[in-house]
Design a binder for this molecule. Sequence first.
Ligand SMILES: [Mn+2]
Length: 333
Amino acid sequence: MPTLVISDLHLGSRAGRDVLRRPAAIDRLCDAIAGADRLVLLGDTVEMLEGRPQGALADAEPVLRAMGAALGPGRSVVLVPGNHDHALVRPWLRRHAAAGRRLGPSHRIGISSSPGLRAIASWLKPARLEVRYPGVDLGDGIWAHHGHYLDRHLVRRPEATGRATADDYERSIGAAAARLTGDMAAAMPRPIGDAFGRAAQLAMRAAAVSRPVIATLPGAGLLAPLSAGALGYQFRRSGLPAMAAVTDHLGVDAADVVFGHVHRAGPRDGDDADEWERGGRRLWNSGCWVYEPLLLAGTSPPHPYWPGGALWIDGGEIRSVGLLDNVAPELLD
Ligand SMILES: [Mn+2]
């Protein structure tokens, strides 16, 4: 049963960085989906943290309808919410906690538990929707989670040494910057992450999304050239160990562990496969579907932050691919 895993679509993002609202991108994704029996949407599918959750859901509707049609009847979508679409599972989480129950590594969430989930399920028809949180067992020893639990280790370092349960991780949500760029900046070297956050904030405030304007922002010029080396270094130094730590703390027994959230796809050609193996398990990241000009302007794919990252899983084998690597950048920016 071939499974396609994608994450960090951020559908409805105000700055329009969500490439799946562009025809070239959704067409490529639908081509890939047609060859999958199961599609996993591993978090931050809808951008609900920018203060317009209903507008973001409305923006997501045509994209989700296209995905459901490409999958067709008898196939399934597994939705695993992350931090930007956490609102979808919040009513369920509140009831679960109020009943005095603890959160484990994976629960099946009722589709009728929130209006957002009900809407998403109807748009994805004729495909079947299953919702899991905080992670999902994909079979063949593969466990997947959006990756917002990483922030506890990446942002709030002093606490990273102690044991943490899923409920502890839930209490930490919101510690990291709430903006879309906060997820990416969390796994960047501090000075670059800070410059990136500041430039992104200015770009947002000015609604400046065009390349010439972005090039004039303080700190923007240094980001794209640095990204390949410096970002990779920090990801190896803290991102990968954090992925291993979350898995350990939750007591997940899996040979392969899949995350999204930090928008950094891999392992890709050129990555050291040994570094993506921690404690006897292989780590993976599904990448993102966001075009971030601060990182990507002037670069070209293959690039670990290029939108269109995905993981193909078939017979227990996992493969990292870039589904938009052959799309002209001007169709994505
Ligand atoms: Mn996220």
